[in-house]
Design a protein around this ligand. Structure first.
Ligand code: MOS
Length: 733
């Protein structure tokens, strides 16, 4: 039987998704449910002086209007060790950012709740907001945490090394606020029953959600159940627990009914996190042959006035190139904005933009091919820690990518290629993202009809988790995919980590692999011990399982099905649980997924219109678990890279600190017409260090590198270096 892992198995939940049978959070049919609408602040900074709810309460069907005057007082709303942000949940009258939740209206129907929300009269006193990365604000400080890494690092003496370098470049790169816009908005249904709370929640981490909500409401963890079988995208925004989750639970307790709260699209801009804008300074020092002597990467980003989150853009400069001297630093300034948060490849997406544009600029200064410059600075091991790479296929990615793209035909000067009205240019850049894995558990149960049920508490956020876990389980027991049922998204199932940091396949996948392998061993053991089995006393290594049938691999036709074994033994099912954990390899190796991206752009010579006409991405992802979902992850990352490079910009009116384009009409994500043919391939070489599955995480990898490849191509096309994302046509005129 061919292995399923590595195949292009179609999504096992695909049919349910396209037919609408897959129930997302807001789809859960909950008896007696009532509807909540969030009301958010019109100002960014100040106080709510009063909310007149009389008109709202007069609307038929309105059950409650919760404001800071009558909301329950809660504890432990501050930032926590799980990476959750401080929550503002109607605890006081202070306004700390525009669009901050200030009231919740609950009614029998959604329409009634909306009408009630519309009739609320809110009086504010406003103070002047303060926003921006202007260095003269002079209030920057060192963040306590930079996505679990140190804020600052140094090797060698970077200032001296820069000073002594014969070739130097220094430039400032800026990136814009970016707002995740998963298709499914954030949504929560909260139902209390005798002091127990059930939350249906659109989340990337049901167990983190359970822990956070239990602490806030003073409950034991086992009094909270979180259910999330289908999530329509997260990209980091559904990682932390945000205020609406707490408010839904609060409202449900207040009205003593289950409450459904779905954010409206404009409410996705602020209350549930965004990617902070950055101002990054990169300085490179090199020998005339391109050998780097010094890398300095400094990132300044904004956080809110009430919490801390650092867009960790200086991280790639720590490990990507073998420069003897390097310094990386991160600083924050406080603004009257919503707290920025994890957004696909936090830090790495924006940091590779600056670093990989700087490398391109250095290549032009030196007259070197950008790939050649990168090859000359290839790091044979992690320069910061000295650890060997678990695997590093970067040079192969350059080679294969260059061939697929036709890189050798590239014009050696910028601004020379024309195709009618269009200037044409090519650029390339590196993709890189760390490989993570955490402890995870799984339960596997084989029934006497031969079917296998696997229960794992992880959530499928659209990446294909149901599908790859089905493949892993089917292979481990030796049964067809159709006989496997994978159940996810319920805290009643064994615990797994958050679906973030691209770690789900390695974490939950390893747990499923171990649980089902243990089950297979138990089935084999029973057959060999059972005098009634054709496999009685067959040596263990001669017992194989295929298509659900145990057989003696030496004797054709000698065997029995798993189902008949269980039936004869009177077992309705057998089960095995595994608690899988990464080992010391995590401290011995530097683990990263890599890639090389190539872009062709066309820039209208008169109008500045920019079109990406071709992209090639080649990635080192370890073993490919499912070529279909892998490709989808990589294409998705590259497409979001186009957004980061060219279209996405959460525009803040700095006078009032309000987002002016907080909707999908004005906030431009790349659509089909913006996305060219994307040629995606990967090196399938298994990484034997990262997990038993030998696969690196792929969810975040491909957004990194794409913006720099596009920006570098725009330079090649036009001779104009734009260091400010998104690159819009006005910046080229
Ligand atoms: Mo990812 S931004 O860690 O969901």
């Amino acid at each position: 039987m061919p292995e399923l892992v590595g195949s292009a198995l179609e999504r096992v939940d695909g049919r349910d998704k396209v037919t609408g049978a897959a129930g997302y959070t807001a789809d859960h049919p909950i008896a007696d449910v009532v509807h909540a609408v969030l009301v958010t602040s019109a100002i960014a900074h100040g106080r709510v002086e009063g909310i007149d709810a009389a008109a709202a309460e007069a609307v038929a069907g309105v059950l409650a209007v919760l404001t800071h005057d009558n909301a329950a007082r809660l504890r432990r709303l501050g930032r926590d060790a799980d990476g959750n942000h401080a929550i503002l949940a109607l605890q006081d009258a202070e306004i700390r950012y525009a669009n901050q939740p200030i009231a919740v209206v609950v009614a029998d129907t959604l329409e009634q709740a909306r009408e009630g929300a519309r009739r609320l009269v809110v009086r504010y006193t406003a103070k002047a907001p303060r926003v921006g990365l202007d260095p003269v604000r002079g209030r920057s400080f060192r963040p306590k945490q930079v996505v679990e890494e140190k804020s600052d690092t140094a090797r060698g003496t970077v200032t001296t090394a820069l000073y002594r370098s014969p070739v130097r470049m220094e430039a400032v790169y800026t990136t814009a606020f970016q707002t995740h816009n998963p298709l499914e908005p954030h949504a929560t249904i909260a139902a209390w029953d005798d002091g127990q709370l059930t939350l249906y929640d659109a989340t990337q981490g049901i167990f983190d959600c359970r822990a956070r909500v239990a602490r806030i409401f003073g409950l034991r963890e086992d009094a909270v159940r979180v259910v999330s079988p289908f999530v329509g995208g997260g990209f980091g925004s559904k990682g932390p627990v945000w205020s609406h989750v707490v408010l839904a639970a609060m409202a449900a307790r207040h009205v003593n009914r289950p409450v459904k709260l779905v954010l409206e699209r404009p409410q996705m801009f602020g209350p549930v996190g965004w990617r902070a804008r950055t101002r990054q300074t990169v300085a490179l020092g090199a020998e005339p042959d391109g050998t780097l002597a010094a890398i300095h990467h400094h990132t300044l980003a904004e956080t809110s006035t009430f919490d801390e989150f650092m867009e960790a853009s200086s991280l790639p400069a720590r490990m990507l190139y073998a420069s003897p001297a390097s310094a990386t630093t991160h600083r924050l300034v406080r603004s009257t904005i919503a707290t920025p948060s994890y957004a696909r490849a936090p830090g790495w997406a924006t940091g590779t933009f600056a670093l990989e544009c700087a490398m391109d600029e250095l290549a032009w200064t030196l007259g070197l091919d950008p790939i050649e410059l990168r090859l000359r600075n290839y790091a044979a091991k992690d320069p910061d820690t000295g650890r060997p790479w678990s695997s590093n296929g970067l040079r192969e990615c350059y080679r294969i990518g260059a061939t697929r793209f036709g890189w050798h035909r590239r014009a050696p000067q910028p601004g020379v290629w024309r195709d009618g009205d269009w200037r044409v240019g090519w650029g390339m850049a590196v993709s890189v993202y760390p490989t993570h894995r955490s402890e995870a558990s799984a339960m596997a149960r084989v029934h006497n009809d031969g079917t296998l049920v696997v229960e794992v508490g992880t959530q499928d956020i659209g990446t294909g988790t149901y599908t790859i876990l089905t493949q892993i389980a089917a292979d481990a027991l030796g049964i067809p995919a159709a006989q496997v049922a994978v159940r996810l998204g319920d805290t009643r199932y064994p615990e797994t980590p958050i679906s973030g940091g691209s770690q789900t396949a390695a974490s939950a996948g390893s747990a499923v692999h171990e649980a089902v392998t243990a089950l297979r061993q138990e089935v084999t053991r029973r057959a060999r011990k059972d005098p009634a089995s054709p496999l009685h006393d067959v040596p263990e290594d001669c017992v194989a399982i295929e298509e659900g049938r145990l057989f003696d691999s030496r004797v054709f036709g000698k065997g029995e099905s798993v189902a008949s074994l269980l039936a004869r033994q009177g077992e309705p099912y057998l089960e095995a649980r595994a608690d899988a954990a990464p080992g010391k390899e995590m401290d011995e190796y530097a683990m990263y997924a890599f890639g090389a991206q190539f872009a062709e752009v066309r820039v209208d010579a008169e109008l500045g219109v920019i079109r990406v006409s071709r992209m090639v991405g080649v990635f080192d992802v370890g073993r490919a678990l499912n070529s279909r979902t892998l490709r989808s992850q990589l294409v998705g990352g590259m497409v979001w890279g186009i957004g980061l490079a060219l279209t996405e910009d959460t525009v803040l009116d700095s006078r009032v600190a309000r987002v002016v384009n907080g909707n999908l009409a004005d906030y431009h994500v790349p659509v089909d017409a913006d996305v060219p043919e994307v040629d995606v391939t990967w090196i399938g070489a298994p990484d034997n260090c990262v997990s038993p599955l030998c696969a690196k995480g792929v969810g975040e990898l491909a957004i990194t590198g794409a913006p720099a490849a596009i920006a570098n191509a725009i330079y090649h096309a036009t001779g104009r270096r734009v260091r400010d994302l998104p690159i819009t046509l006005d910046k080229l005129l």
